[in-house]
Design a protein around this ligand. Structure first.
Ligand code: ARG
Length: 473
C-alpha cells in the first residue's frame, strides 16, 4: 500500500506510478530535504511534540541518510513517488516506527517549497561564482589586449572604432546586472515556508521563525496558501537565467563571426573548437554555437514554467511538480555555458592587425572629423554635411579620410556656403587638423566621457570592474 493509500480500496492503474513519480528529478533535492527535515525535527522538539531522545534518534537517522545520499548508495524507488516519500520510507527502514513522527505538522507541500528554496539558494551561490569566473576571463582578456581596436558597428555596418577592451567590458556590465538579478531572486526566495502545512498552516504551535533561522532563512512566509503555491522565485530565477544566457548567446554569436576567416579578428583555441566528419578543412566554433542554441531552450523553460502556473487556483496543485525539469535543466545549462564561455575567452587569440585594418574600413572616423569641426564652432548639422562630402570624395578617390588632400577638404568646407565653414576653409592648417582628427587613435581618444571608449576611460572601467570582482584586493 502507498504511504497515503489508507483510504484507497483499489490499487492504482499500472501507468500511474510512473506518470506521477518525480524521483528521477527531485532526488537532486535529497540533501536539502534532509536539511529541512532535521530543522523540522528540532522544531517539533522545541514545541514539545518530540522528546529529546526522539529528536536525537530522528536526527541521527536523517544524518545517516545524508551520508548515504552523499555516498550515492541510497537507492530510489519510483513506486515511492518522490524524494520526500523515499526518504521517509528509508528513515522508517533504518530507525523503525519513530520515523512516523517526522511528518507531524508538515505536508509535502510546504516541504517541497522549502527544499526548492534551499536548493535555489545554494545553486545561485554556485552560479555567482561561475558568473564571476566568466567576468574575470573577460576582464583578463580586456587587460591583455588593451590596445586592440575593433570596428564598432551598428546595423552590422562599420560605425566608429572602439577599443576591443571596451567591447568586452560591455559584457561585464551585462553580467554584473545578471549577478544583481540573481542576488535579488535569492533575497526574495530566502524565506521559510515550513509550518504552512498542506495549505492552512500547521496544526501545532510551531515556532516557525526559529526553524527558519535554523535553516539560514531571512524570515518566514507570511501566508500559508501563498507559501505552498508560490513559484515566483522559480520564474524569477528562470528569467534571470534567460537574460544571462541571452548575453552569453550574443557574445557567442560575435565569436562565430569574428572567427570566420573573412573577419579573422580572433582564433578560437582548438580546445574550444570541433571539426567536420567530412570536410578536413573545418574548424568550427561548436561550443559557442551550442551556448547560443541552449539560450533558446532556457527561454523555453521560462515560458514553459509561466504556462504551467498561469491557470492554477490556490493552493498547491500537482502541476507545480513540473517546476523541477526547467529549474534543474536551466541551472545546469547556465553553469556549463558560463564555464565554456570563460574557457573560450581565456584561450582566445586576437589578431590585432586584422581588427585594426577592419576598423579603418568604412570611414569610421567620420563622426570624429565632424566633431573636430564643431570644436571650430561649425554647427553640427553643417559639419555632418561637410564630412559626408569628404566621405564621398574619399570613397571616389579610394583613400581614407586621413589621406584626403587639402584641396578636397577646402572644397567640401566651402561647398555648403556656411559662413563659419567657409572661414575655416581659409585656414592653412585645416587640412592637417582634419586629417589628424581622422586617425583611428584620435577618434577613439575623442570619446572621452564616462562610459566612452577613450583609453583612459576604458582603463578606469577596467579598474572598476576588477575592484567589483575582487573587493578585497
Ligand atoms: N513531488 C511533489 C512536488 O514536487 C511534492 C508535493 C506533492 N504533494 C502532494 N500533495 N501530492 O510538487
Amino acid at each position: 500500500m502507498r504511504l497515503w493509500g489508507g483510504r484507497f480500496s483499489e490499487a492504482n492503474d499500472r501507468r500511474v506510478a510512473g506518470f506521477t513519480s518525480s524521483i528521477e528529478l527531485d532526488q537532486a533535492l535529497a540533501t536539502d530535504d534532509l536539511t529541512g527535515s532535521i530543522a523540522h525535527v528540532r522544531g517539533l522538539g522545541r514545541a514539545g511534540l518530540l522528546d529529546a531522545d526522539a529528536v536525537a534518534t530522528l536526527i541521527g537517522g536523517l544524518e545517516a541518510l545524508r551520508a548515504e545520499v552523499e555516498a550515492g548508495t541510497l537507492t530510489w524507488d519510483a513506486e515511492l513517488e518522490d524524494v520526500h516519500l523515499n526518504l521517509e520510507a528509508a528513515l522508517a527502514d533504518r530507525i523503525g516506527p519513530l520515523a512516523g513522527r517526522l511528518h507531524t505538522g508538515r505536508s509535502r507541500n510546504d516541504q517541497v517549497a522549502t527544499d526548492l528554496r534551499l536548493w535555489l539558494r545554494r545553486t545561485i551561490d554556485t552560479l555567482d561564482g561561475a558568473l564571476v569566473g566568466f567576468e574575470r576571463a573577460l576582464v583578463d582578456l580586456a587587460a591583455r589586449e588593451g590596445e586592440a581596436i575593433l570596428p564598432g558597428t551598428t546595423h552590422i555596418q562599420p560605425a566608429q572604432p572602439v577599443l576591443f577592451a571596451h567591447h568586452l567590458l560591455a559584457y561585464v556590465e551585462m553580467l554584473e546586472r545578471d549577478r544583481g538579478r540573481f542576488a535579488d531572486t535569492r533575497r526574495r526566495a530566502n524565506v521559510s515556508p515550513l509550518g504552512s502545512g498542506a495549505l492552512a498552516g500547521a496544526g501545532y504551535r510551531l515556532d516557525r521563525e526559529a526553524t527558519a533561522a535554523d535553516l539560514g532563512f531571512d524570515g518566514v512566509t507570511a501566508n500559508s496558501l501563498d507559501a505552498v503555491s508560490d513559484r515566483d522565485f522559480v520564474v524569477e530565477f528562470l528569467a534571470a537565467a534567460s537574460l544571462t544566457m541571452i548575453h552569453l548567446s550574443r557574445l557567442a554569436e560575435e565569436i562565430t563571426w569574428w572567427s570566420n576567416p573573412r573577419f579573422g579578428f580572433v582564433r578560437v583555441a582548438d580546445a574550444f573548437s570541433t571539426g567536420s566528419s567530412m570536410m578536413p578543412n573545418k574548424k568550427n566554433p561548436d561550443p559557442a554555437e551550442l551556448v547560443r542554441g541552449r539560450a533558446g531552450r532556457v527561454v523555453g523553460s521560462l515560458t514553459g514554467m509561466l504556462a504551467v502556473l498561469k491557470g492554477l487556483p490556490l493552493a498547491y496543485q500537482r502541476d507545480l511538480q513540473e517546476d523541477k525539469a526547467p529549474l534543474f535543466e536551466t541551472a545546469a545549462t547556465l553553469e556549463a555555458s558560463l564555464g565554456i564561455m570563460a574557457g573560450l575567452m581565456a584561450t582566445l587569440a586576437i589578431d590585432r592587425h586584422r581588427m585594426r585594418t577592419a576598423a579603418e574600413e568604412g570611414f569610421t572616423t567620420a563622426t570624429a572629423v565632424a566633431d573636430a569641426l564643431v570644436r571650430r564652432d561649425v554647427p553640427f548639422r553643417v559639419a555632418h554635411h561637410v564630412v559626408a562630402g569628404l566621405v564621398a570624395a574619399a570613397e571616389a578617390a579610394g583613400v581614407g579620410l586621413d589621406a584626403l588632400p587639402d584641396a578636397t577638404i577646402v572644397a567640401a568646407l566651402a561647398a555648403g556656403g556656411d559662413p563659419g565653414a567657409v572661414a575655416i576653409a581659409a585656414d592653412p592648417g585645416i587640412g592637417d587638423e582634419l586629417r589628424a582628427a581622422a586617425s583611428i587613435e584620435a577618434a577613439i581618444a575623442s570619446c572621452d566621457v564616462i562610459g566612452g571608449t577613450a583609453p583612459r576611460r576604458v582603463a578606469e572601467a577596467l579598474a572598476a570592474a576588477r575592484a567589483r570582482l575582487d573587493p578585497g584586493a
